[in-house]
Design a protein around this ligand. Sequence first.
Ligand code: NAG
Ligand code: NAG
Ligand code: NAG
Ligand code: NAG
Ligand code: NAG
Ligand code: NAG
Ligand code: NAG
Ligand code: NAG
Length: 342
Amino acid sequence: MSFFIGMIVNAALLSIPIGASLGTMIAIKPFRNDIVPIATLNDAIIQMTYCDATHTFHAFAENKNGVNFTINSNEILQEPDSVLCMTITENENATYTSNSTVPEFSITWEYPFTVANASVPLNESKPLIHAFPQATLQDTALPLPIIDLGQLVLDFVWTMGIGDANSPSTSELRLDAQQVNSSVALDMYMDADKTKASEGGEAAFEMIIFFANFGLQDPVGFGNASIFNDRPSIVTTTKLGGVSYDLYVGQNAALQNVFSWVAETPVTTFSGDIGPLFNIILNLSTMPGFAGLGVNIPSFNDYLGYVGFGTQAFNSEGHVTFFVPTLNIDLRPFGGAVTVGK
Ligand SMILES: *[C@@H]1O[C@H](CO)[C@@H](O)[C@H](O)[C@H]1NC(C)=O
Ligand SMILES: *[C@@H]1O[C@H](CO)[C@@H](O)[C@H](O)[C@H]1NC(C)=O
Ligand SMILES: *[C@@H]1O[C@H](CO)[C@@H](O)[C@H](O)[C@H]1NC(C)=O
Ligand SMILES: *[C@@H]1O[C@H](CO)[C@@H](O)[C@H](O)[C@H]1NC(C)=O
Ligand SMILES: *[C@@H]1O[C@H](CO)[C@@H](O)[C@H](O)[C@H]1NC(C)=O
Ligand SMILES: *[C@@H]1O[C@H](CO)[C@@H](O)[C@H](O)[C@H]1NC(C)=O
Ligand SMILES: *[C@@H]1O[C@H](CO)[C@@H](O)[C@H](O)[C@H]1NC(C)=O
Ligand SMILES: *[C@@H]1O[C@H](CO)[C@@H](O)[C@H](O)[C@H]1NC(C)=O
């Protein structure tokens, strides 16, 4: 069960001392509840930190004039002496810059390196994922047949840094120095069955866009001999907002067909429609050599049921903070009025 550590109304940012041990971070509760709420006309700014030992948080973020979001811890593999916390900053009036805004949030985590396959020599080992906390779109238009998808407009700014504070920008040197293995991704599920498409875990198809991939982890399908070109495992490459994204395709252990787009350079700010990536996936069967990939592809009549944006936590030698000051996920059904978004 989750509980919140602190609620600060129109007050300074929550400050957990940098270098605080795992224990102290979990132990501070309640936090600074001595601060008296400032009287306002219902437009207070409410900041809450979820930080309990079971790493279970599930925040509901209402956007009064638009779509709601939930933010979940989504821990996949528990470890003793690990950390997974979230801070969210919401407007009491539940009204934001646009109708597709996710309130500002940050995730602070630490997990040890857990080897994916004990038979592989340690110097060649891959890490297991521990958590994939993400903000999930609660749009009533979902599940949506892919044929009816007009645009999926994404607009974000994020940073990843070491320690507990929100980093002003992302330094790969700092992340490397702390041996961070982590990704930032938009995660989507599709299936012929509406319920399976919405629940993710049992969906036949997953499309995931890695805006950054720091570390040793490989996308599903990495390591297969190149079928289409001379770059190992890459099925195709496409440009989005001036950056190239490489597509990897394969089935995971649960036999889900996974389509992973990996940005060739980290994308920390983005504003654009990711709809074109669906078209490439749907059209893969026309590619010579497609059969060699050993996957099925979704069809236009399948449903897009799940859209979430977050960070994959593999391992780090110290706390990592993923900070998302700006996030809008704006699903626009085909032909629908384009009234939301920035
Ligand atoms: C809602 O609250 C925010 C934060 O205080 C404020 O900036 C905004 O103007 C308010 N919006 C409305 C419609 O009251
Ligand atoms: C968002 O959540 C509020 C509160 O639960 C609910 O009344 C509203 O219908 C939801 N909006 C949408 C678009 O689902
Ligand atoms: C683990 O690695 C060994 C040695 O490379 C390999 O034979 C085996 O198939 C791997 N197991 C899994 C589940 O990938
Ligand atoms: C791992 O160590 C083995 C034996 O020392 C060596 O042959 C191999 O090249 C190393 N692999 C990497 C990726 O460095
Ligand atoms: C990933 O984790 C391994 C093991 O802790 C570490 O050696 C490496 O520096 C990390 N980061 C990257 C970018 O490989
Ligand atoms: C490589 O593709 C084959 C299908 O040709 C598939 O059976 C195998 O699991 C794939 N390997 C990886 C590592 O994805
Ligand atoms: C589908 O792929 C084929 C060959 O790979 C290409 O000629 C065609 O233009 C593509 N269609 C779309 C709609 O992208
Ligand atoms: C948000 O939705 C409301 C009600 O549907 C609409 O009046 C308003 O113009 C929208 N705001 C933006 C920024 O799109």
